[in-house]
Design a protein. Structure first.
Length: 579
């Protein structure tokens, strides 16, 4: 193991044509390493990340990448990654080869590689279209007499780059907060390069060994690189630069502007120190945090009182019938309807966007004791502010625990510890299967959507799932999905009755026109509620299949004034999701 500088590490370990992993689940993303790879002009790389984030948008635009292996093609408040979308949708300036998995599929690939196993099984692909388009996902017989099961192959990167808070000169690497799949990705690789905020004395590491995620035997090179994760964050050192992420959408949408950004911020600076100097002390101060190992400032009793303003632990479902004709937007209306579905729910696996709004509103109103779980490994989240993604630092500070992604998907979710999964989707069919991958043909889609992320696993293993959609038309609720990302139990049953996953699948679908429910895990959706001013016939006309109608269809109650106030003034003051 050597302590070196980043330019030397990339020059020594990275060659054209290699397979690289640059991991970090929204946190500790090795941006400085990615930028140095761009500066050194590496080409024809296969790059692997669960969530490509902005760094892969940048590396692809710079011409470094020929193939992308990933499971989610968006990035919180940055939305779609437009360089990736250009190459997938329009082959502009050239096509990008994509090998797509779900989140747990990627984790299992790293785990198999780290364990020197040929493959790893998982049960979330029965009925999905992913195995038809990715021949690396294969169906094998259970040697113990159970149903056939899907497996994914070991992923063994040539080099894995990770960023961490600290290491000692021997190469013992410590990180805390969201640790994602960094450990699995590192142990799976032939070589491991770690950038860190600081190199500390070995006594510091040995005083707190539980923080050592990568012992020295797993590391080939350590680089001291303060600020190496910006614009992502390093828990306890600096926060996520949300302004940068929000600005990226406009930058990446215009390829000339993106290339100009690379010229200025990557090629135009020699190293990370110069990058930070160019960023300026004010911008760096804006993402600063108090010197606490867990991240942000300590929360006081007055903070808790302010957070709980408007929250009532005694509120009942009946109280929600006391409504007014408040002028609510469509998003506000959907969020309030969705929040009511969480009355009495104990543990929720929450997605981003509308689900984020709904679960935060439910915590402040109808379900104050609900435990929030996120794909990043955060359990029992108690955020002080709106999370701008499932790995936002506000989810970590004050949380009950932060697990590895392997533990979250493998033990918490597949182990049956999640009551409700709360998701969004681009398309839903009559059986409750979801499309979050593409509109049009997968090989050159009209729209490249984010992909599975954890949705395939959530649909398969959560007790039930609630889906909220911003559209209700024949395109969003078609007779046939353009692509089945997350299959309902019905599709799994059609493939093999023995492969039906334990979860109910989608139980409730909330749209701008009404509420559809699926009480039978092997049955169809049926209309049970229409929103104010909407007729049953309007819903039928806007649905791409002959929709069943419940014997009694009720009108959805209007939002309470207080609910809308909470959404606007306390939950999403920057209008990140309230659009």
């Amino acid at each position: 193991m050597t302590v070196t500088d980043l330019r030397t590490a990339v020059a020594e370990y990275v060659e054209d044509g290699m397979t690289l992993a640059l991991e970090g689940f929204g946190h500790l993303i090795p941006y400085a390493a990615g930028h140095e790879i761009i500066r050194q002009g590496r080409r024809d790389l296969t790059v692997c990340r669960m969530t490509p984030d902005l760094i892969f948008d940048q590396m692809i635009a710079a011409g470094c990448v020929s193939k992308l292996v990933a499971s989610f093609f968006a990035s919180g408040s940055a939305g779609g990654l437009h360089e990736i979308r250009r190459r997938v949708e329009h082959h502009d300036p050239e096509p990008l080869e994509v090998e797509e998995y779900s989140h747990y599929g990627m984790v299992c690939r790293y785990q198999a590689g780290a364990s020197s196993l040929p493959f790893m099984p998982l049960r979330s692909y029965a009925g999905s279209d992913l195995p038809e388009l990715n021949d690396q996902i294969r169906l094998v017989a259970d040697p113990y007499g159970g149903p056939d099961i899907y497996v994914v192959p070991a992923l063994r990167p040539d080099v894995t780059f990770v960023h961490a808070q600290r290491a000692d000169a021997d190469g013992n690497v410590q990180m805390w907060g969201i640790v994602g799949s960094q450990q699995e990705a590192a142990y799976a690789a032939s070589k491991v390069v770690v950038t860190v905020e600081e190199i500390v004395d070995t006594a510091v590491v040995r005083a707190d060994p539980n923080r050592t995620v990568l012992p020295a035997h797993a590391v080939d090179a350590v680089v001291e690189c303060p600020g190496g994760a910006h614009p992502s964050y390093a828990q306890g050192h600096y926060d996520r630069d949300n302004l940068f992420y929000r600005d990226w959408t406009a930058i990446s949408r215009d390829r000339d502007r993106l290339l100009g950004w690379l010229d200025e911020w990557v090629h135009g600076v020699p190293d990370r120190a110069a990058y930070l100097e160019k960023l300026g002390p004010q911008r760096w101060s804006d993402v600063g945090v108090a010197s606490r190992l867990s991240g942000g400032r300590l929360r006081s009793a007055s903070d808790d009182a302010r957070r709980c303003h408007g929250r009532s632990s005694t509120m009942t479902a009946t109280d929600l019938d006391l409504l007014s004709d408040v002028d609510a937007s469509s998003t506000e209306f959907l969020a309030t309807v969705a929040a009511r579905e969480l009355v009495g729910v104990h543990r929720v696996f929450a997605g981003v966007g509308l689900p984020t709004l709904a679960v935060d509103l439910a915590r402040r109103t109808v379900s104050p004791d609900v435990e929030l779980i996120y794909e990043s490994g955060v359990c029992g989240a108690d955020p002080e502010a709106m999370a701008e993604g499932i790995a936002d630092s506000v989810l970590v500070s004050g949380a009950a625990s932060v697990l590895s992604v392997q533990a979250l998907f493998g033990y918490v979710l597949q182990g049956g510890h999640v009551d409700v999964g709360f998701l969004g989707a681009a398309q839903v069919d009559r059986w409750g299967s979801l499309n979050t991958s593409v509109i049009g043909d997968w090989h050159q889609p009209t729209v490249r959507l984010p992909g599975s992320g954890g949705a395939a696993e959530i649909i398969a293993s959560a007790g039930e799932c609630i889906v909220v959609m911003r559209r209700h038309d024949r395109g969003a609720l078609p007779a046939e999905l353009d692509f089945c990302t997350s299959p309902s139990p019905v599709r799994a049953h059609a493939q093999d009755p023995r492969m039906v996953p334990p979860g109910h699948g989608l139980s409730t679908l909330i749209t701008p026109l009404g509420v559809l429910r699926r009480p039978d895990p092997l049955g169809e959706l049926e209309l049970t509620q229409v929103h104010p001013g909407v007729s049953v016939q309007q819903v039928l006309d806007a649905t791409g299949w002959p929709l069943r109608v419940a014997d009694e269809v009720i009108e959805t109650p209007r939002p309470r004034i207080e609910d809308v106030r909470l959404l606007r003034e306390e939950i999403d003051m920057v209008r990140l999701y309230l659009r």
